[in-house]
Design a protein around this ligand. Structure first.
Ligand SMILES: Nc1ncnc2c1ncn2[C@@H]1O[C@H](COP(=O)(O)OP(=O)(O)O)[C@@H](O)[C@H]1O
Ligand SMILES: [Mg+2]
Length: 380
């Protein structure tokens, strides 16, 4: 069947839509990417989404309206993609926009509660697109003790497992997360976790210092010098030492983190600040790989996906760090999946599994006690 996957990540840059032909089941599931399109959020929507994510307090009415508004945008994005490529999806998997994610339970009103919230109302998307929609993927994993993230390892395992090569799949979205698949491993041996910031800190400082949403091609960072003591200091944050599985979001690397980061940079030049944010991402990924993944085990390749792949300075820094670990850096594009399309493809696949009543969380990655069928289905 043809499934549309819709992803909008923590960068809040917009929506990625992938139309994917999916067939078969379990190890024999076959995926074919038919087409992919990107739709940036209008500037005022991006602003509202970022404000909602960073808010200590927010208006319930505004959040309710955002839920319906984003759904209209998701639906339009799917419809436009269908028209542009003359294809029609029979099913939609929509991740939604994460406004809050706390994978770990903490005290709340006298109970230990973990919580997550992806907004973008499935019923609206289903009605507009005229196809069933699977949305809200994360809560079912959390209901069985998982952290609700990461979910993409299910796709990584399907696409990248190899009998002879140990592979690390590294996505660099707002947050950076990796999936490590040892050569010939069963899915139970896959390790996956968030390594820390991806583009989130780079985007935030570029926005504050240069009034641009991101550092195009990594050109600003390329003209600056890394302030090493700042990177070293930030890498002491306890998140980086916590054992996987672990997840991160704006709660860890959002507004507050960026404010303290800028304070540490003091009177440094603006380009140096962006270079330093870029180095923080590269270094924290390499540290995570060294500390929690490689440790004497055989890994040959690190495959990059996500918008961070477009930041040449970040890629150069990362390649440099990885060389010391004996890892070759590759792009998901080399495997037939454009770097920016991968997560959208993942949610097409997860929707397909749910539609067929099959679980698609990976307990080794999320920490869940058992496999769970993810998501909620809205009918047109
Ligand atoms: N041409 C580019 N140059 C540099 N960075 C880019 C470019 N295109 C995208 N990015 C970065 O990728 C981010 C979006 O990546 P994406 O994988 O969509 O993340 P998310 O899943 O969090 O939305 C942007 O915010 C930006 O930081
Ligand atoms: Mg995005």
């Amino acid at each position: 069947m043809i499934v549309a996957g819709v992803m909008s990540g923590t960068s809040a840059d917009g929506m990625n839509v992938a139309l994917v032909r999916v067939s078969g089941r379990s190890r024999h599931t076959a995926l074919q990417l038919l087409c992919h399109a990107e739709f940036p959020y209008p500037a005022n929507v991006r602003k509202a989404v970022l404000a909602a994510m960073n808010a200590e307090r927010a208006s319930v009415a505004d959040l309710a309206k955002l839920n319906f508004l984003l759904a209209e945008l998701y639906a339009e994005a799917v419809l436009k993609t269908q028209r542009r490529f003359r294809r029609k999806a029979e099913l939609v998997g929509c991740h939604g926009q994460t406004l809050y994610h706390q994978g770990e339970a903490a005290q709340f009103l006298g109970r230990k509660i973990a919580a997550t919230w992806q907004t973008g109302e499935g019923a609206i998307i289903a009605a507009r697109v005229g196809a069933p929609v699977v949305s809200d993927f994360r809560p079912a994993d959390m209901a069985v003790g998982g952290k609700g993230a990461p979910l993409v390892p299910f796709l990584d395992y399907l696409l990248y497992r190899d009998q002879r090569l140990g592979r690390i799949v590294q996505n660099i979205g707002g947050i950076a997360n990796l999936t490590a698949i040892p050569a010939g491993a069963s899915s139970a041996r896959v390790v996956a976790f968030d390594t820390g910031p991806g583009n989130m800190v780079i985007d935030a400082v570029t926005e504050r210092l240069f009034r641009k949403p991101f550092d195009e091609g990594g050109r600003i960072a390329a003209s600056g010098a890394v302030i090493e003591p700042v990177v070293a200091h930030l890498l002491h944050k306890s998140f980086f030492f916590r054992k996987p599985p672990k997840t991160a979001g704006r709660e860890e690397f959002g507004h507050k983190f960026v404010t303290s980061f800028l304070k540490l940079c003091g009177k440094a030049s603006k380009t140096d600040v962006v270079a330093t944010a870029t180095a923080l991402t590269a270094r924290s990924i390499a540290n995570a790989v060294r500390r929690f993944v490689v440790r004497g085990k055989a890994y040959e390749e690190l495959i990059i996906s996500g918008g961070g792949a477009k930041n040449a300075t970040l890629m150069a820094m990362l390649a440099n760090e990885l060389r010391a670990l004996g890892l070759q850096l590759r792009l998901s594009d080399e495997f037939g999946l454009p770097a920016e399309a991968k997560e959208a493809v993942a949610f097409a696949l997860l929707a397909y599994e749910t539609w067929n009543r099959r679980p698609s969380n990976m307990p080794s990655a999320t920490g869940a006690k058992r496999p769970a069928i993810l998501g909620k289905i809205s009918y047109p």
